[in-house]
Design a protein around this ligand. Sequence first.
Ligand code: HEC
Ligand code: HEC
Length: 89
Amino acid sequence: MEFFKTHKIKIVNSLFIILCGGILLFLYNAPEETTAFLPHDTNHNRFFEIKSKKEAEKTCGECHDSGKVAPLPEDHPPKYRCLFCHKRA
Ligand code: HEC
Ligand code: HEC
């Protein structure tokens, strides 16, 4: 018990450092980002010019809504904010 009392802070600090290391390692090993980026082509170039994501996203549906030229696949995740996932880079 005496040992624990005098070393408590050191032990807690060590555990904390180990925990931080673990989290860093976990993030470092995370898979690469795989979601498709916004393409650079004539359909999409104009969206790179629009600063606000919210503005830019307004017209994605003109082509990507169902029944349009490039409808989203059925298993597409919830799609409210296109450019949060499909980044412009
Ligand atoms: C004028 C029509 C049109 C508009 C508007 C449009 N797209 Fe597209 N998009 C396409 C077509 C056609 C394809 C499939 C062929 C291709 O990759 O260009 C496509 C493909 C994509 C892809 C897949 C790229 C890949 O690598 O598989 C993403 C992501 C995408 N669009 C996102 C968006 C977002 C986000 C918006 C709005 C900011 C948007 N598109 C607006 C026509 C459009
Ligand atoms: C929550 C994240 C998320 C959001 C929001 C989102 N998508 Fe996607 N989208 C994905 C993922 C994941 C895929 C499938 C993996 C990939 O990108 O190749 C995908 C695939 C696509 C594809 C390619 C389909 C194909 O057949 O290759 C298009 C086009 C697309 N999304 C357009 C959009 C549009 C337009 C919006 C907004 C209306 C949108 N996405 C919003 C995550 C998202």
